[in-house]
Design a protein around this ligand. Structure first.
Ligand code: SAM
Ligand code: SF4
Length: 352
């Protein structure tokens, strides 16, 4: 059951109204993930069922101007330094390039990135880069066409590879590849995927599968752990810890055969990095989520769409609701706790 935080409720010992996005444990959120849609043109087995999901009705989605307003408040009032567009599949949203262009004009200019499955990227990469997109993560679980089709339930590998070439030609840099491994399906292909990424100059990041699938079939015992991936890759490559500081990067990075190529392992489940988390998420229907695994959301749509007594709710009222949401962020995701409950909202409707 997802709870909605009551807006405007006074909270004793709450956040400083003039402050950035800080929580009770002193973490500061600087990285905003904006989900632009819950729809997708792939059906990755670890994310969505074959028949898709019941999509959000269009009138519940934030409009272009509402998204622009929230990004401006995030940057100008709340100190957000990076905006990542995600989904669902963000390339399905017709106003993506316009949103990137708007965000690139904000002061101070945030870093701008995109997480995409890459379908249609070949046509759009250049325009996105011109609008101000800095870097990109493309999800690619296998470079074997048959395995890719099994994983995504669509035979579209060639489109993704074309999209990646277009991203490189558009000088998006770095280009990171996100991969999730499913035991017995693509896990044994991880060394081939790494070889492909090294050859193309892309940075591979392997993410542990999290209990955020719409089908609720995740099982810890079935998950391929980062430790297993490390062992598998070490059979072919020499991996040494990357000496560069990790900062807020969820990936533990390793130099491959002495570098400069690297591999990143995101051990969200077995080695959580919640203590260093600097993220906050906005869903396509205007819900603030202070954690991927939050069961509590703050609905910004009333503040965007309803009138205060004196007119439209002021930007500062929205910023305050945002600060209160962040203030209440939990210390960790709690997957290991006996009472852990998977959130109602699946990954595809939150934005990874
Ligand atoms: N559709 C875009 C894409 O696939 O890149 C953006 C949204 S997708 C939800 C973002 C990332 O989340 C993808 O890299 C995907 O592999 C990852 N993902 C989806 N479900 C996941 C799960 N249950 N555990 C871990 N990562 C997951
Ligand atoms: Fe779509 Fe991304 Fe989920 Fe795959 S991981 S089904 S591409 S939202």
């Amino acid at each position: 059951m997802t709870h909605r935080t009551m807006l405007g409720m006074p909270q004793p010992g709450g956040p400083d109204r003039s402050a950035r996005l800080i929580d009770r444990f002193g973490r500061v959120a600087k990285d905003l993930r904006v989900s632009l849609t819950d729809r997708c043109n792939l059906r990755c087995t670890y994310c969505m069922p074959a028949e898709g999901l019941r999509w959000l009705p269009t009138d519940e989605l934030l409009s272009t101007s509402e998204l622009q307003r929230l990004m401006r408040i995030a940057v100008e009032h709340l100190g957000i330094e990076e905006i990542r567009f995600t989904g669902g599949e963000p390339l399905l949203r017709a106003d993506l390039t316009a949103l990137v262009g708007f965000a690139a004009e904000l002061t101070p200019r945030p870093r701008l990135s995109l997480t995409t499955n890459g379908l249609g990227l070949a046509r759009k990469a250049d325009g996105l880069a011109r609008a101000g997109l800095d870097r990109i993560n493309v999800s690619l679980d296998s470079i074997d066409p048959a395995t890719y089709a099994t994983m995504t339930r669509r035979d579209r590998l060639a489109d993704v590879l074309d999209g990646l070439s277009a991203a490189r030609n558009a000088a998006l840099n770095p280009i990171k590849i996100n991969a999730v491994l499913v035991r017995g399906v693509n896990d044994h292909q991880a060394p081939d995927l790494l070889r492909y990424c090294l050859a193309e100059g892309y940075e591979l990041r392997i993410i542990e599968q999290m209990p955020l699938d719409a089908g609720r079939r995740w099982q810890r015992s079935a998950m391929v752990t980062a430790e297993e991936v490390l062992t598998l890759l070490q059979r072919r490559y020499t991996l040494t810890p990357d000496p560069h500081p990790r900062h807020h990067d969820p990936a533990e990075r390793w130099l491959v055969d002495g570098g400069p190529g690297t591999i990143g392992l995101i051990a969200s489940v077995t080695r959580p990095f919640c203590g260093d988390c600097d993220r906050v998420r906005l869903t396509a229907d205007g819900m603030l989520r202070n954690c991927l695994f939050a069961t509590d959301e703050t609905d910004l749509r009333p503040l965007l769409r309803e009138q205060d007594h004196g007119g439209e709710f002021a930007d500062e009222a929205i910023a305050d609701a945002w600060r209160r949401s962040l203030w209440n962020k939990a210390a960790g995701h709690g997957i290991d706790h006996a009472g852990f409950a998977q959130p109602d909202r699946p990954m595809s409707a939150i934005g990874g």
